[in-house]
Design a protein. Structure first.
Length: 135
C-alpha cells in the first residue's frame, strides 16, 4: 500500500501497537483449550483403565466358572463310565445309566456356555485395551 509520507516510493509500515491485549487474550484462550484437552485426555485414560480392570475381573470370574464346569463334566463322564460298568455286572439299571448320561450332557452344555462367555469376556478385554475389536 502506498500511504507512507513519501508517496508510492516505499511501503507503509503499520505496527500493531494497540493489539497487545487481543494477543494476550488469544494466548490465554489457547492455553485454556490446551489444558481442557489435556484434562479430557487424562479422563479418557482413567476411563479406559477402569474399563480394562472391570473386563479383566469379569474374565477371571468367568474363567473360574468355566474351570468348575469343566471339572463337573469330567466327573459326570467318570460317573457314567462307572454306571456302565455296574450295569454290565447287573448292579445298575438302565434308568441309572440314562440319568448319568443326562448329567454328563448337562455338564457339557454348561461348559460350552462358559466357553462362550469366556470368549466374550476375552474380546471385551481386547476391546478395552484398544485391540480394534468392534461388534
Amino acid at each position: 500500500r502506498g500511504d507512507s509520507l513519501y508517496g508510492n516510493w516505499g511501503p507503509a509500515v503499520h505496527l500493531p501497537i494497540f493489539t497487545g491485549g487481543a494477543l494476550s487474550a488469544n494466548y490465554l484462550a489457547k492455553d485454556e483449550q490446551t489444558l481442557l484437552a489435556i484434562l479430557e485426555y487424562e479422563q479418557g485414560v482413567r476411563d479406559a483403565v477402569a474399563e480394562t480392570l472391570i473386563s479383566l475381573s469379569e474374565t477371571i470370574e468367568v474363567n473360574e466358572r468355566y474351570e468348575a464346569n469343566k471339572r463337573r463334566e469330567q466327573d459326570a463322564a467318570q460317573f457314567e463310565a462307572l454306571v456302565i460298568a455296574r450295569q454290565k455286572n447287573n448292579l445298575a439299571t438302565t434308568q441309572d445309566r440314562i440319568r448319568s448320561a443326562i448329567e454328563k450332557y448337562r455338564a457339557r452344555d454348561e461348559k460350552l456356555k462358559m466357553e462362550a462367555y469366556l470368549f466374550r469376556a476375552l474380546l471385551d478385554v481386547i476391546r478395552s485395551v484398544g485391540g480394534n475389536y468392534h461388534e
